[in-house]
Ligand binder design. Structure first.
Ligand code: C2O
Ligand code: CU
Length: 488
């Protein structure tokens, strides 16, 4: 996945000296007077994508693949990404979780005009915070067509020891994104079990009109679709990815949920996961057999390979759809994996937010301002999702001045889960469901299930006009569940 191995990169960098010139292949770099520049080119373009079983989908991709290329940059380096748009609609790229300067944030009409078809835009920023992040389009419903990829900011000194590293990017997949079938249970009234399509089930409801102009149309907002299944690194369950390990290996996995609507339960059979990072930020490591991965969230986990066999690592969506990644030990020839863990056990064992602890002890100062944000919606209108009963852009903004600490007290009064994501800043998770974390944890996406609540503090350390705070269910976001952090 890595366009240049670290060795190539360092070797070539040494050879470059102070002279500034281009290497044109993707992942090339240039050394300037400031921090070294790592450069990638991403072309957003339609491409038929085969997940390995089932129909080929008319996907929208970066460089022709789902996910797009994994971008890697070293802490302190400058990342430059030249986006060329060959889609029939305007597009942008958002660097999910990366605290970038405001003009690089990729929100159409808020931080930049969207890049028109045929246009080009150069994103450039210094990668300061190491971690596992992802990038994706921030225009309309484009995310649900495959426009996403991983971005890894490598620390200047790696603290973890491991023998192998893999990024697993999960997604909920539509074979026919031009004609999504609305989910009759988009409000959650039938319980979360109702939200998977279960294959190519015929839907009686008529799909929305396909967009005809070059401007993406958001009105009226769409209802969350029924998905055809889950994929991991672009492959469906019938073409499971295999990770080859030797007994004694330590694996580092970077788990990313790039899906538009479905939260996932991640379980691994025969092994435990040691969770080391939440949304890329180090935590006090904890062992678990299952993690929940909300849309937009990431967990980094270590797995000790001490149990030879062929073991499934599964992602399960509400309603039971699965995608499997196999862990195959050297010398194991079997074609039949060991049985996967039971989903019900996973739902019990899954790591809870209030069990987390930040890696560096820190106190929680008194906030300068407090906002209460109630998440509601879905009833009676499954395409209306609100914050304090209002729909973006009519929601009340969160006002801050540089250096202030603002406290967000969230509560979810709706039936569906809402992974709330803040642009440009870390959220400090102070407490969840009334239980205070021993040490606050830095995250950028925190998911609230039905009747759940929590306290998120934000330190206003990245001045910019208007930063989005929104639900990372794409359909909820587009239907209004968003507000803005505004510096005044
Ligand atoms: Cu990953 Cu505003 O989003
Ligand atoms: Cu939501």
């Amino acid at each position: 996945m890595n366009p240049l191995s670290r060795r190539d990169f360092l070797g070539a960098a040494a050879g470059l000296g102070a002279g500034a010139f281009w290497i044109t292949r993707p992942g090339g770099f240039r050394v300037g007077p400031g921090s070294p520049v790592r450069e990638y080119r991403l072309t957003a373009r339609p491409a038929d994508w085969d997940i390995g079983g089932g129909p080929t989908a008319p996907a929208w991709t970066y460089n022709g693949t789902v996910p797009g290329p994994e971008l890697r940059v070293r802490e302190g380096e400058t990342l430059r990404v030249i986006l060329h748009n060959e889609l029939p609609e305007p597009t942008t790229i958002h660097w999910h979780g990366v605290p970038v300067p405001f003009p690089m944030d990729g929100v159409p009409d808020l931080t930049q005009p969207a890049v028109p078809p045929g246009g080009t835009f150069t994103y450039q920023f210094v990668a300061r915070a190491p971690g596992t992040y992802w990038y994706h389009t921030h225009v309309g419903y484009q995310l649900d067509r495959g426009l996403y990829g991983a971005i890894i900011v490598e620390p200047s000194h790696e603290m973890l020891k491991y023998d192998q590293e893999h990024t697993l990017v999960f997604d909920d997949w539509l074979f026919d994104p031009d004609h999504p079938r609305p989910n009759p249970n988009a409000s959650g009234m039938m319980g979360m079990e109702g939200i998977m399509g279960g294959g190519m089930m015929g839907g009686g409801m008529s799909p929305g009109k396909p967009d005809s102009s070059t401007k993406p149309q958001h009105k009226p907002p769409r209802v969350e679709p029924l998905y055809d299944g889950l994929i991991v690194n672009g492959r469906g369950d019938r073409s499971a990815t295999e990770l080859r390990v030797r007994r004694g290996d330590r694996l580092r996995l970077r788990l990313i949920n790039a899906g538009s609507s479905l939260p996932l339960l991640i379980q691994v059979a025969g092994h435990e996961m040691q969770v080391t990072h939440a949304d890329g930020q180090p935590i006090d490591p904890g062992k678990t057999r299952a993690v929940t991965l909300g849309m937009g969230e990431r967990w980094d986990v270590l797995i000790e390979a001490q149990n030879p066999g062929l073991w499934p690592l599964t992602a399960t969506a509400p309603g039971g759809a699965r995608v499997t990644t196999l862990i195959r030990y050297d010398g194991v020839r079997s074609t039949r994996p060991e049985p996967g863990p039971r989903e019900a056990d996973g739902r019990e064992e899954t790591l809870r937010y209030d069990e987390l602890a930040g890696a560096t002890p820190s106190s929680v100062p008194v906030p300068d301002r407090v906002y209460d944000l109630q998440l509601s919606g879905g009833m009676p209108d499954p395409a209306r999702w609100t914050i304090n009963h209002r729909v973006h852009p009519d929601t009340e903004p969160i006002l801050v001045r540089t250096g202030q600490r603002v406290r967000l007290r969230l509560s979810n009064m709706s039936m569906m889960p809402h992974p709330m994501h803040l642009h440009g800043h870390f959220l400090q998770l102070v407490s969840f469901n009334g239980r205070r974390l021993s040490t606050p944890v830095r995250k950028d996406t925190v998911m609230f299930g039905h009747m759940e609540g929590g306290i998120l503090d934000v330190v206003a350390d990245n001045p910019g006009a208007r930063w989005l705070f929104h639900c990372h269910n794409l359909y909820h976001h587009m239907a209004g569940m968003a507000t803005e952090l505004r510096y005044g």
